[in-house]
Design a protein around this ligand. Structure first.
Ligand SMILES: NC(=O)c1ccc[n+]([C@@H]2O[C@H](COP(=O)([O-])OP(=O)(O)OC[C@H]3O[C@@H](n4cnc5c(N)ncnc54)[C@H](O)[C@@H]3O)[C@@H](O)[C@H]2O)c1
Ligand SMILES: O=C(O)[C@H](O)CO
Length: 386
């Protein structure tokens, strides 16, 4: 029998019951639900990762929709519980939804939402920050300073890598990968090599135009290349950032063999999902190659790190904060709430999940649509004409 969970309730007499498994930033998402006759219940349990049992208890006997988190296991058990409670909608408060079994949701006719776009630039900025921090050894130097070890400028103190003129490699040049590539190309004048299953024409045009601009101003132009294989990126790039989705094709994409083909002084950044990298192999590679550096936002067995990683000076580790800017997190909460609300109210699905800005403007009411439902096609949901 699941233990009772503590909750905070808004608009107790609302017609539709919407549950959020976590308190989320901002109040707009709550107001939007309340204005549309929802009773909003927010789980305030002091437990970071809720179990399936905890969430079943939250769903209860009657629940129209749930906003959940990437730490939760949304599979057959939870979708059947939600369906039994009359629920028709679930939204992750995240763009990645590898924690969700979409086939199970389809089976129960539950719409699955995610939150693309609003976190693109914020996540790319963290990947760029980790790239610079790793290349220039910023965290190591900070620790050295705080430890009182600095006793004067030295020619060899914390020498790192110059980014300008080097090659940045992007694996998974979707929304975030492309935004990161633009930052590194424009900000540090790096050349680009990328690998994705699809061509990113917009990104290529951007780099071409920027290269022409630099040339017209008497500077060396930047270049781009779409690699035929991921291995080409790993072998040629000086800084490599991983931005694919996590699925069967990207699990352990970076393994022992591939690490061995990378440059000895390369920088590897992961802001996608932990299991994209074989972390045990990475720890061994970092030990063997002290000038190889990594910046990691995500880990294979979150919240844990593989043994040895925390002791390595050539690794920068942060706790899955890539999307953690106030604007983005509030926007993610809004998109997740509107995904659920849209399905409850029978609204159509927004036609372009890459253009969610109209939902984020606080000065106007959001469009009457669900911003992003990943299984809309399978469920045969209508698409907005707006
Ligand atoms: N660390 C964080 O806090 C954080 C924040 C946001 C997103 N993410 C992760 O980043 C991922 C990407 O987000 P996005 O909005 O850019 O998604 P996106 O769908 O726009 O981009 C993903 C790209 O990966 C490519 N891809 C898929 N399989 C591939 C493969 N086998 N090899 C190479 N490329 C492949 C796709 O073609 C696509 O272009 C999310 O799924 C999520 O897991 C993490
Ligand atoms: O997928 C996502 O959205 C992140 O991991 C959290 O922002």
């Amino acid at each position: 029998m699941a233990k009772p969970v503590s909750i905070e309730v808004y608009n107790p007499n609302g017609k539709y019951r919407v549950v959020s498994t976590k308190p989320m930033p901002g109040t707009r998402w709550i107001n939007l639900l309340v204005e549309q006759d929802c009773r909003v219940e927010i789980c305030t349990q002091k437990k970071t990762i809720l179990s399936v049992e905890d969430i079943i208890a939250l769903i209860g006997d009657k629940c129209d929709g749930v906003i959940g988190q990437l730490t939760e296991d949304w599979g057959e058990t939870l979708f059947s519980a939600l369906s039994r409670a009359g629920g028709k909608a679930f939204s992750n408060m995240a763009v990645g939804y590898n924690n969700v079994d979409v086939n199970a949701a389809n089976k129960y006719g539950v719409a699955v939402g995610n939150t693309p776009g609003v976190l693109t630039e914020t996540t790319a900025e963290l990947a760029a920050s980790l790239s610079v921090a790793a290349a220039r050894r910023i965290v190591e130097a900070d620790e050295f300073m705080r430890a009182g070890l600095y006793d004067g400028w030295l020619p060899n103190l914390f020498v790192g890598n110059l980014l300008k003129g080097q090659t940045v490699g992007v694996i998974g040049a979707g929304r975030i990968g492309s935004a990161y590539a633009r930052m590194m190309v424009e900000g540090f004048k790096m050349n680009l090599i990328y690998y994705d299953l699809y061509q990113s024409t917009r990104l290529e045009k951007f780099v071409t135009a920027y290269g022409q601009f630099l040339k017209a101003n008497g500077e060396s132009p930047v270049t781009w290349k779409r690699a035929a294989s991921m291995d080409e990126v790993l072998q040629q790039a000086d800084v490599i950032s991983l931005h694919p989705i996590l699925d069967k094709t990207t699990y352990h994409l970076i393994n022992k063999e591939r690490l061995a083909t990378m440059k000895k002084e390369a920088v590897l950044v992961n802001c996608s999902r932990g299991p994209v990298v074989d972390e045990v192999a990475l720890v061994e590679h970092l030990k063997q190659n002290p000038m190889f550096r990594v910046g990691l936002d995500v880990f294979e067995d979150e919240p844990y790190m593989k043994p040895g990683l925390a002791d390595l000076k050539n690794a920068i580790v942060v706790p899955h904060i890539a999307s953690a800017s106030k604007w983005t997190r509030e926007g993610m909460a809004t998109l997740a709430a509107l995904n659920v609300l849209g399905k409850i109210k029978g609204y159509p699905v927004w036609s372009d999940a890459n253009r969610v800005e109209p939902f984020l403007n606080e000065n106007i009411p959001p469009p009457a649509a669900s911003p992003s439902i990943v299984n809309a096609k399978v469920l045969g949901l209508p698409v907005s004409r707006l």
